[in-house]
Write a protein that binds this ligand. Sequence first.
Ligand code: HEC
Length: 461
Amino acid sequence: MQRITAIFPLGLLLVACGDVSEGSAGSDTAGSDTAGSDTAGSSTTGEAAAVTYWRDVKAVLDAKCVGCHSPGNLAPFSLASYADASAVASALPASLEAGTMPPWPPDAACGTYLHDRSIDDDARQLVLDWVELGAPEGDPADAPPPAQAPEPIAFDIDLQLPEPYTPTIAPDEYRCFLMPWPEEAETFVTALSVTPGERQIVHHVIAFAIPPDQAEAYRALDEADPDPGYLCYGGPSGGKINDGRVPWLGAWVPGGAPGDMPEGTGIKVQPGSLVAVQMHYHTYPGAGPDQSRIQIRTAASVDRVAVMMPFTNPAWVQGSEPMLIPAGEAGVVHSFAADVSNYLPLLFPDGGLQAGDPFVVHAAALHMHTRGVRGSLGLTGGQDTCLLDIPRWDFNWQGSYQLTAPVTVRPGDKLRLECEWDNTAENQPVENGVQQQPKDILWGEGTGDEMCLGIVYVTGT
Ligand code: HEC
Protein backbone atom coordinates (compact mmCIF):
# COMPACT_ATOMS: atom_id res chain seq x y z
CA MET A 1 0.00 0.00 0.00
CA GLN A 2 2.82 2.34 0.70
CA ARG A 3 4.68 2.42 -2.56
CA ILE A 4 7.92 4.11 -1.80
CA THR A 5 9.36 6.40 -4.42
CA ALA A 6 13.08 6.91 -4.76
CA ILE A 7 13.86 10.30 -3.32
CA PHE A 8 17.49 10.06 -2.28
CA PRO A 9 20.45 8.71 -4.18
CA LEU A 10 21.30 5.12 -3.37
CA GLY A 11 25.03 5.80 -3.22
CA LEU A 12 24.58 7.86 -0.09
CA LEU A 13 22.98 4.92 1.67
CA LEU A 14 25.47 2.28 0.71
CA VAL A 15 28.23 4.28 2.36
CA ALA A 16 26.49 3.75 5.68
CA CYS A 17 26.01 0.08 5.10
CA GLY A 18 28.92 -1.23 7.15
CA ASP A 19 27.30 -4.35 8.53
CA VAL A 20 26.43 -5.77 5.13
CA SER A 21 29.88 -5.46 3.67
CA GLU A 22 29.80 -8.87 1.98
CA GLY A 23 26.73 -7.84 0.09
CA SER A 24 27.68 -4.30 -0.71
CA ALA A 25 30.70 -5.53 -2.61
CA GLY A 26 28.24 -5.97 -5.43
CA SER A 27 26.99 -2.44 -5.16
CA ASP A 28 28.79 -1.38 -8.30
CA THR A 29 26.17 -3.29 -10.22
CA ALA A 30 23.28 -1.56 -8.47
CA GLY A 31 21.48 0.93 -10.62
CA SER A 32 22.24 -0.86 -13.85
CA ASP A 33 19.38 -2.97 -15.06
CA THR A 34 21.44 -5.27 -17.20
CA ALA A 35 24.42 -5.82 -14.94
CA GLY A 36 22.41 -7.89 -12.49
CA SER A 37 22.25 -11.01 -14.61
CA ASP A 38 26.03 -11.17 -14.82
CA THR A 39 26.50 -11.16 -11.07
CA ALA A 40 24.25 -14.09 -10.36
CA GLY A 41 26.54 -16.73 -11.73
CA SER A 42 25.97 -19.65 -14.03
CA SER A 43 22.75 -20.84 -12.48
CA THR A 44 20.85 -18.03 -14.22
CA THR A 45 21.60 -19.50 -17.59
CA GLY A 46 19.95 -22.84 -16.89
CA GLU A 47 16.46 -22.60 -18.40
CA ALA A 48 14.82 -24.02 -15.30
CA ALA A 49 16.45 -22.74 -12.09
CA ALA A 50 14.36 -24.12 -9.23
CA VAL A 51 13.81 -20.68 -7.70
CA THR A 52 14.18 -17.41 -9.60
CA TYR A 53 13.95 -13.76 -8.70
CA TRP A 54 11.19 -12.94 -11.15
CA ARG A 55 9.00 -15.98 -10.65
CA ASP A 56 9.33 -16.51 -6.89
CA VAL A 57 11.42 -14.09 -4.88
CA LYS A 58 10.40 -10.66 -6.15
CA ALA A 59 6.86 -11.01 -4.77
CA VAL A 60 8.22 -11.99 -1.33
CA LEU A 61 10.72 -9.15 -1.17
CA ASP A 62 8.13 -6.64 -2.42
CA ALA A 63 5.60 -7.75 0.18
CA LYS A 64 7.91 -8.23 3.15
CA CYS A 65 11.04 -6.09 2.71
CA VAL A 66 10.71 -3.29 0.16
CA GLY A 67 8.44 -1.17 2.40
CA CYS A 68 11.68 -0.32 4.27
CA HIS A 69 14.43 -1.59 1.95
CA SER A 70 14.08 0.78 -0.99
CA PRO A 71 16.21 3.72 -2.08
CA GLY A 72 16.02 6.65 0.32
CA ASN A 73 14.20 4.66 2.98
CA LEU A 74 15.18 3.91 6.58
CA ALA A 75 16.76 0.50 5.95
CA PRO A 76 20.41 0.71 4.91
CA PHE A 77 20.17 -0.93 1.46
CA SER A 78 17.59 -1.59 -1.23
CA LEU A 79 15.94 -4.89 -2.14
CA ALA A 80 13.64 -3.24 -4.66
CA SER A 81 15.15 -4.49 -7.95
CA TYR A 82 16.96 -7.59 -9.14
CA ALA A 83 20.24 -5.69 -9.29
CA ASP A 84 19.84 -4.42 -5.74
CA ALA A 85 18.66 -7.72 -4.23
CA SER A 86 21.23 -9.93 -5.95
CA ALA A 87 24.04 -7.58 -4.91
CA VAL A 88 23.29 -8.14 -1.21
CA ALA A 89 21.88 -11.69 -1.47
CA SER A 90 24.63 -13.31 0.60
CA ALA A 91 23.87 -10.95 3.51
CA LEU A 92 20.19 -11.96 3.76
CA PRO A 93 20.22 -15.49 5.30
CA ALA A 94 21.69 -14.49 8.66
CA SER A 95 18.83 -12.16 9.65
CA LEU A 96 16.16 -14.33 8.01
CA GLU A 97 17.32 -17.35 9.99
CA ALA A 98 17.66 -15.37 13.20
CA GLY A 99 14.14 -14.04 12.69
CA THR A 100 15.27 -10.42 13.11
CA MET A 101 14.12 -9.42 9.60
CA PRO A 102 11.50 -8.37 8.81
CA PRO A 103 11.17 -6.71 12.22
CA TRP A 104 7.94 -8.01 13.78
CA PRO A 105 8.22 -8.17 17.57
CA PRO A 106 4.95 -9.93 18.65
CA ASP A 107 5.12 -13.65 19.36
CA ALA A 108 2.72 -15.50 17.04
CA ALA A 109 2.01 -18.01 19.83
CA CYS A 110 0.24 -15.21 21.73
CA GLY A 111 -2.06 -13.81 19.08
CA THR A 112 -2.61 -12.81 15.48
CA TYR A 113 -2.73 -9.21 14.34
CA LEU A 114 -3.74 -7.23 11.29
CA HIS A 115 -0.98 -5.86 9.04
CA ASP A 116 1.36 -8.65 10.14
CA ARG A 117 4.80 -7.84 8.72
CA SER A 118 6.34 -11.21 9.54
CA ILE A 119 7.44 -13.68 6.88
CA ASP A 120 6.04 -17.23 6.87
CA ASP A 121 8.26 -20.32 6.72
CA ASP A 122 7.59 -21.05 3.03
CA ALA A 123 8.41 -17.54 1.89
CA ARG A 124 11.54 -17.46 4.06
CA GLN A 125 12.68 -20.80 2.62
CA LEU A 126 12.14 -19.52 -0.91
CA VAL A 127 14.52 -16.62 -0.31
CA LEU A 128 17.08 -18.89 1.39
CA ASP A 129 16.95 -21.39 -1.51
CA TRP A 130 17.35 -18.55 -3.99
CA VAL A 131 20.48 -17.29 -2.24
CA GLU A 132 21.82 -20.85 -2.06
CA LEU A 133 21.35 -21.22 -5.84
CA GLY A 134 23.40 -18.07 -6.50
CA ALA A 135 20.46 -15.64 -6.79
CA PRO A 136 19.25 -16.58 -10.28
CA GLU A 137 17.32 -13.91 -12.11
CA GLY A 138 15.01 -15.97 -14.33
CA ASP A 139 12.66 -14.39 -16.83
CA PRO A 140 10.76 -11.14 -16.13
CA ALA A 141 7.84 -12.67 -18.04
CA ASP A 142 7.40 -15.16 -15.16
CA ALA A 143 6.66 -12.39 -12.64
CA PRO A 144 3.27 -12.82 -10.95
CA PRO A 145 0.88 -9.89 -11.35
CA PRO A 146 1.63 -7.17 -8.77
CA ALA A 147 -0.30 -7.45 -5.51
CA GLN A 148 -3.46 -5.40 -5.50
CA ALA A 149 -3.14 -2.15 -3.58
CA PRO A 150 -5.75 -1.82 -0.83
CA GLU A 151 -8.46 0.82 -1.11
CA PRO A 152 -6.90 4.18 -0.32
CA ILE A 153 -8.24 5.83 2.83
CA ALA A 154 -10.08 9.13 2.25
CA PHE A 155 -8.42 11.48 4.73
CA ASP A 156 -9.99 14.85 5.46
CA ILE A 157 -7.33 16.51 7.64
CA ASP A 158 -3.84 17.07 6.35
CA LEU A 159 -1.28 18.35 8.87
CA GLN A 160 2.43 18.95 8.48
CA LEU A 161 5.09 19.57 11.11
CA PRO A 162 5.15 23.37 11.52
CA GLU A 163 8.68 23.72 10.12
CA PRO A 164 11.47 21.56 8.70
CA TYR A 165 13.75 20.21 11.41
CA THR A 166 17.14 18.49 11.35
CA PRO A 167 17.80 16.45 14.50
CA THR A 168 21.19 16.91 16.15
CA ILE A 169 21.19 14.50 19.09
CA ALA A 170 22.80 11.16 18.18
CA PRO A 171 21.99 8.36 17.96
CA ASP A 172 18.36 9.24 18.73
CA GLU A 173 16.36 12.38 19.24
CA TYR A 174 12.78 12.48 20.52
CA ARG A 175 11.13 15.75 19.56
CA CYS A 176 7.50 16.78 19.74
CA PHE A 177 5.74 19.25 17.49
CA LEU A 178 2.39 20.87 18.19
CA MET A 179 -0.28 21.58 15.63
CA PRO A 180 -3.67 23.14 16.27
CA TRP A 181 -6.58 20.74 15.84
CA PRO A 182 -8.49 22.27 12.92
CA GLU A 183 -12.05 21.08 13.64
CA GLU A 184 -14.55 23.39 15.30
CA ALA A 185 -16.96 20.74 16.48
CA GLU A 186 -16.40 17.57 18.48
CA THR A 187 -15.20 14.85 16.07
CA PHE A 188 -13.85 11.31 16.12
CA VAL A 189 -10.56 10.20 14.63
CA THR A 190 -11.09 6.97 12.68
CA ALA A 191 -7.79 6.64 10.78
CA LEU A 192 -4.34 8.20 10.83
CA SER A 193 -1.42 7.93 8.47
CA VAL A 194 2.10 9.35 8.57
CA THR A 195 4.19 10.18 5.54
CA PRO A 196 7.73 10.83 6.72
CA GLY A 197 9.49 13.81 5.15
CA GLU A 198 13.02 12.40 5.45
CA ARG A 199 12.56 8.61 5.45
CA GLN A 200 16.15 7.93 6.34
CA ILE A 201 15.79 9.32 9.86
CA VAL A 202 12.15 8.89 10.89
CA HIS A 203 12.08 5.83 13.13
CA HIS A 204 8.67 6.09 14.70
CA VAL A 205 5.90 8.60 15.15
CA ILE A 206 3.21 8.77 17.82
CA ALA A 207 0.38 11.29 17.56
CA PHE A 208 -1.46 12.46 20.70
CA ALA A 209 -4.53 14.65 21.19
CA ILE A 210 -3.79 17.25 23.86
CA PRO A 211 -7.12 18.25 25.46
CA PRO A 212 -7.99 21.99 25.39
CA ASP A 213 -7.46 22.45 29.15
CA GLN A 214 -3.82 21.30 28.83
CA ALA A 215 -3.01 23.12 25.59
CA GLU A 216 -1.45 26.10 27.33
CA ALA A 217 0.97 23.97 29.36
CA TYR A 218 2.13 22.23 26.19
CA ARG A 219 2.53 25.51 24.32
CA ALA A 220 4.77 26.66 27.17
CA LEU A 221 7.03 23.63 26.65
CA ASP A 222 7.32 24.53 22.98
CA GLU A 223 8.13 28.15 23.77
CA ALA A 224 10.77 27.20 26.34
CA ASP A 225 12.75 25.25 23.72
CA PRO A 226 14.62 27.57 21.32
CA ASP A 227 14.47 25.04 18.46
CA PRO A 228 11.29 24.05 16.57
CA GLY A 229 9.16 21.84 18.82
CA TYR A 230 10.61 20.55 22.11
CA LEU A 231 12.47 17.50 23.41
CA CYS A 232 10.07 14.80 24.65
CA TYR A 233 11.51 11.41 25.49
CA GLY A 234 8.85 8.98 26.75
CA GLY A 235 5.51 10.77 26.51
CA PRO A 236 4.22 13.88 24.72
CA SER A 237 5.55 16.22 27.42
CA GLY A 238 8.78 14.35 28.09
CA GLY A 239 7.66 13.79 31.66
CA LYS A 240 7.18 17.50 32.45
CA ILE A 241 3.42 17.24 32.72
CA ASN A 242 1.42 14.24 33.90
CA ASP A 243 0.79 12.91 30.39
CA GLY A 244 -0.40 9.38 31.18
CA ARG A 245 -3.98 10.23 30.30
CA VAL A 246 -3.33 12.11 27.08
CA PRO A 247 -5.05 10.04 24.38
CA TRP A 248 -2.96 8.50 21.64
CA LEU A 249 -4.37 9.02 18.17
CA GLY A 250 -2.08 6.56 16.51
CA ALA A 251 1.45 5.29 16.06
CA TRP A 252 3.49 4.64 12.95
CA VAL A 253 6.70 2.72 12.26
CA PRO A 254 8.45 2.39 8.88
CA GLY A 255 6.74 -0.09 6.63
CA GLY A 256 3.60 0.26 8.73
CA ALA A 257 0.17 0.42 7.21
CA PRO A 258 -1.91 3.56 7.58
CA GLY A 259 -3.70 3.16 10.89
CA ASP A 260 -7.30 2.39 10.15
CA MET A 261 -9.09 2.05 13.46
CA PRO A 262 -11.42 -0.89 14.00
CA GLU A 263 -14.63 -0.51 11.99
CA GLY A 264 -17.23 1.70 13.62
CA THR A 265 -14.86 3.00 16.33
CA GLY A 266 -12.98 6.25 16.80
CA ILE A 267 -11.26 8.48 19.35
CA LYS A 268 -13.02 11.67 20.37
CA VAL A 269 -11.21 14.98 19.91
CA GLN A 270 -12.54 18.25 21.34
CA PRO A 271 -12.35 21.56 19.50
CA GLY A 272 -9.45 23.61 20.85
CA SER A 273 -7.23 20.54 21.22
CA LEU A 274 -3.66 20.33 19.96
CA VAL A 275 -2.15 17.47 18.04
CA ALA A 276 1.24 16.63 19.55
CA VAL A 277 3.41 14.50 17.32
CA GLN A 278 6.35 12.72 18.90
CA MET A 279 9.06 12.11 16.32
CA HIS A 280 11.71 9.52 17.09
CA TYR A 281 14.58 10.50 14.84
CA HIS A 282 17.41 8.11 14.18
CA THR A 283 19.91 10.90 13.70
CA TYR A 284 22.02 10.31 10.64
CA PRO A 285 24.83 12.57 9.52
CA GLY A 286 24.14 14.19 6.18
CA ALA A 287 20.39 13.55 6.21
CA GLY A 288 18.27 16.51 5.25
CA PRO A 289 15.63 18.17 7.42
CA ASP A 290 12.37 16.38 8.11
CA GLN A 291 8.90 17.83 7.79
CA SER A 292 6.61 14.83 8.09
CA ARG A 293 2.97 14.88 7.14
CA ILE A 294 0.09 13.46 9.19
CA GLN A 295 -3.24 12.68 7.56
CA ILE A 296 -6.34 12.01 9.59
CA ARG A 297 -9.81 10.78 8.74
CA THR A 298 -12.59 11.99 11.00
CA ALA A 299 -16.24 11.13 11.45
CA ALA A 300 -18.97 13.23 13.09
CA SER A 301 -20.11 10.17 15.01
CA VAL A 302 -19.10 6.55 15.57
CA ASP A 303 -20.97 3.45 16.74
CA ARG A 304 -18.57 2.90 19.63
CA VAL A 305 -16.36 5.58 21.18
CA ALA A 306 -12.84 4.28 21.78
CA VAL A 307 -10.05 5.21 24.13
CA MET A 308 -6.38 4.25 24.25
CA MET A 309 -6.05 3.21 27.87
CA PRO A 310 -2.63 3.20 29.49
CA PHE A 311 -2.29 0.40 32.03
CA THR A 312 0.36 0.09 34.71
CA ASN A 313 0.82 -0.18 38.47
CA PRO A 314 0.05 3.30 39.88
CA ALA A 315 2.30 2.48 42.87
CA TRP A 316 5.33 2.22 40.53
CA VAL A 317 4.53 5.63 39.10
CA GLN A 318 3.94 7.23 42.53
CA GLY A 319 6.96 5.47 44.01
CA SER A 320 5.05 3.95 46.96
CA GLU A 321 6.06 0.52 45.60
CA PRO A 322 9.22 1.33 43.67
CA MET A 323 9.78 -0.45 40.35
CA LEU A 324 13.42 -1.00 41.27
CA ILE A 325 15.75 -2.39 38.65
CA PRO A 326 19.04 -2.80 40.55
CA ALA A 327 22.33 -1.80 38.88
CA GLY A 328 24.17 -4.74 37.36
CA GLU A 329 21.28 -7.21 37.55
CA ALA A 330 19.76 -9.20 34.70
CA GLY A 331 16.42 -11.05 34.76
CA VAL A 332 14.69 -8.34 36.81
CA VAL A 333 10.93 -8.88 36.51
CA HIS A 334 8.05 -6.69 37.65
CA SER A 335 4.42 -7.59 37.10
CA PHE A 336 1.02 -6.21 37.98
CA ALA A 337 -2.56 -7.33 37.55
CA ALA A 338 -5.80 -5.43 38.18
CA ASP A 339 -9.47 -5.39 37.31
CA VAL A 340 -9.88 -2.04 35.55
CA SER A 341 -13.63 -2.21 34.96
CA ASN A 342 -14.30 0.25 37.78
CA TYR A 343 -11.60 2.64 36.68
CA LEU A 344 -12.37 2.62 32.96
CA PRO A 345 -15.60 4.67 33.14
CA LEU A 346 -13.68 7.42 34.98
CA LEU A 347 -10.97 7.56 32.35
CA PHE A 348 -13.52 7.22 29.65
CA PRO A 349 -16.56 9.35 30.52
CA ASP A 350 -17.90 9.28 26.94
CA GLY A 351 -17.65 5.56 26.44
CA GLY A 352 -21.15 4.88 27.77
CA LEU A 353 -19.66 2.47 30.34
CA GLN A 354 -20.78 1.96 33.93
CA ALA A 355 -18.49 0.59 36.63
CA GLY A 356 -18.20 -3.17 36.21
CA ASP A 357 -19.37 -3.24 32.57
CA PRO A 358 -17.55 -5.53 30.13
CA PHE A 359 -15.42 -3.87 27.49
CA VAL A 360 -13.62 -4.90 24.32
CA VAL A 361 -9.87 -4.77 23.67
CA HIS A 362 -9.18 -4.20 19.96
CA ALA A 363 -5.45 -3.43 19.96
CA ALA A 364 -2.53 -3.68 22.36
CA ALA A 365 0.89 -2.09 22.74
CA LEU A 366 3.72 -2.25 25.25
CA HIS A 367 6.18 0.43 26.22
CA MET A 368 9.52 0.06 27.97
CA HIS A 369 12.78 1.88 27.50
CA THR A 370 16.12 0.56 26.28
CA ARG A 371 17.02 -1.89 29.08
CA GLY A 372 13.80 -3.87 28.58
CA VAL A 373 14.25 -7.41 27.25
CA ARG A 374 10.74 -8.91 27.33
CA GLY A 375 7.17 -7.81 27.94
CA SER A 376 3.68 -9.23 27.90
CA LEU A 377 0.11 -8.14 28.39
CA GLY A 378 -2.84 -10.45 28.91
CA LEU A 379 -5.85 -11.35 30.99
CA THR A 380 -5.87 -13.46 34.13
CA GLY A 381 -8.39 -14.24 36.84
CA GLY A 382 -11.59 -14.99 34.94
CA GLN A 383 -10.01 -15.97 31.62
CA ASP A 384 -6.41 -16.67 30.70
CA THR A 385 -5.86 -14.80 27.45
CA CYS A 386 -2.68 -13.52 25.88
CA LEU A 387 -3.06 -10.10 24.26
CA LEU A 388 0.52 -9.26 23.32
CA ASP A 389 3.84 -10.92 24.02
CA ILE A 390 7.13 -9.39 22.93
CA PRO A 391 9.80 -11.98 23.68
CA ARG A 392 12.73 -9.82 22.46
CA TRP A 393 11.97 -6.23 23.33
CA ASP A 394 13.49 -3.72 20.94
CA PHE A 395 12.92 -0.08 21.82
CA ASN A 396 13.35 0.79 18.15
CA TRP A 397 10.42 -1.31 16.98
CA GLN A 398 7.49 -0.27 19.09
CA GLY A 399 3.99 -0.43 17.77
CA SER A 400 0.35 -0.95 18.51
CA TYR A 401 -0.99 -4.29 17.29
CA GLN A 402 -4.59 -4.68 16.18
CA LEU A 403 -6.02 -8.05 17.23
CA THR A 404 -7.64 -10.02 14.41
CA ALA A 405 -10.19 -11.20 17.00
CA PRO A 406 -11.03 -8.48 19.57
CA VAL A 407 -11.24 -9.79 23.16
CA THR A 408 -14.13 -9.07 25.50
CA VAL A 409 -13.05 -8.42 29.10
CA ARG A 410 -15.66 -9.35 31.69
CA PRO A 411 -16.00 -8.60 35.40
CA GLY A 412 -13.51 -10.83 37.24
CA ASP A 413 -10.94 -10.61 34.47
CA LYS A 414 -7.77 -8.78 35.37
CA LEU A 415 -5.38 -7.15 32.97
CA ARG A 416 -1.91 -8.50 33.60
CA LEU A 417 1.32 -6.80 32.65
CA GLU A 418 4.84 -8.17 33.00
CA CYS A 419 8.20 -6.68 32.04
CA GLU A 420 11.75 -7.94 32.29
CA TRP A 421 14.96 -5.91 32.21
CA ASP A 422 18.66 -6.47 31.88
CA ASN A 423 20.55 -3.76 33.74
CA THR A 424 24.04 -5.22 33.37
CA ALA A 425 26.95 -3.33 31.82
CA GLU A 426 26.46 -5.25 28.53
CA ASN A 427 22.96 -3.87 28.04
CA GLN A 428 23.48 -0.14 28.53
CA PRO A 429 22.63 2.33 25.75
CA VAL A 430 24.89 4.95 24.26
CA GLU A 431 23.55 8.45 24.87
CA ASN A 432 24.95 11.38 23.00
CA GLY A 433 28.07 9.37 22.25
CA VAL A 434 28.54 8.30 25.87
CA GLN A 435 28.31 4.63 26.87
CA GLN A 436 26.08 4.54 29.97
CA GLN A 437 27.07 2.66 33.12
CA PRO A 438 24.60 0.55 35.18
CA LYS A 439 22.84 2.39 37.98
CA ASP A 440 19.72 1.66 40.01
CA ILE A 441 16.70 2.44 37.87
CA LEU A 442 13.17 3.42 38.84
CA TRP A 443 10.02 4.38 36.96
CA GLY A 444 10.41 7.61 35.02
CA GLU A 445 10.14 9.24 31.63
CA GLY A 446 13.81 10.03 31.06
CA THR A 447 16.21 8.01 28.92
CA GLY A 448 17.93 6.80 32.10
CA ASP A 449 14.64 5.66 33.67
CA GLU A 450 12.41 2.76 32.77
CA MET A 451 8.71 2.22 32.24
CA CYS A 452 6.47 -0.82 32.01
CA LEU A 453 3.29 0.25 30.37
CA GLY A 454 0.55 -1.53 28.49
CA ILE A 455 -1.68 0.47 26.15
CA VAL A 456 -4.97 -1.00 24.99
CA TYR A 457 -7.46 0.39 22.48
CA VAL A 458 -10.85 -0.28 24.06
CA THR A 459 -14.54 0.32 23.45
CA GLY A 460 -17.74 -0.75 25.13
CA THR A 461 -19.28 -4.01 23.95
C1 HEC B 1 9.91 -2.35 8.93
C2 HEC B 1 11.08 -2.06 8.13
C3 HEC B 1 11.89 -3.22 7.59
C4 HEC B 1 11.42 -4.34 6.94
C5 HEC B 1 9.98 -4.66 6.58
C6 HEC B 1 12.59 -5.13 6.63
N1 HEC B 1 13.71 -4.52 7.10
FE1 HEC B 1 15.63 -5.24 6.99
N2 HEC B 1 16.30 -3.61 8.00
C7 HEC B 1 15.54 -2.54 8.41
C8 HEC B 1 16.39 -1.58 9.10
C9 HEC B 1 15.94 -0.25 9.68
C10 HEC B 1 17.69 -2.12 9.11
C11 HEC B 1 18.94 -1.51 9.76
C12 HEC B 1 19.24 -2.16 11.06
C13 HEC B 1 18.14 -1.94 12.09
O1 HEC B 1 17.76 -0.78 12.36
O2 HEC B 1 17.66 -2.95 12.66
C14 HEC B 1 17.59 -3.40 8.42
C15 HEC B 1 18.68 -4.26 8.23
C16 HEC B 1 18.64 -5.42 7.48
C17 HEC B 1 19.77 -6.28 7.24
C18 HEC B 1 21.18 -6.03 7.75
C19 HEC B 1 21.49 -6.89 8.93
C20 HEC B 1 20.62 -6.53 10.14
O3 HEC B 1 19.85 -7.42 10.57
O4 HEC B 1 20.71 -5.40 10.63
C21 HEC B 1 19.33 -7.31 6.46
C22 HEC B 1 20.16 -8.47 5.92
C23 HEC B 1 17.92 -7.10 6.22
N3 HEC B 1 17.52 -5.94 6.86
C24 HEC B 1 17.11 -7.92 5.46
C25 HEC B 1 15.74 -7.79 5.33
C26 HEC B 1 14.91 -8.70 4.58
C27 HEC B 1 15.41 -9.89 3.77
C28 HEC B 1 13.63 -8.26 4.72
C29 HEC B 1 12.36 -8.88 4.17
C30 HEC B 1 12.21 -10.32 4.34
C31 HEC B 1 13.66 -7.07 5.57
N4 HEC B 1 14.96 -6.83 5.92
C32 HEC B 1 12.54 -6.34 5.96
C33 HEC B 1 14.18 -2.39 8.23
C34 HEC B 1 13.34 -3.35 7.68
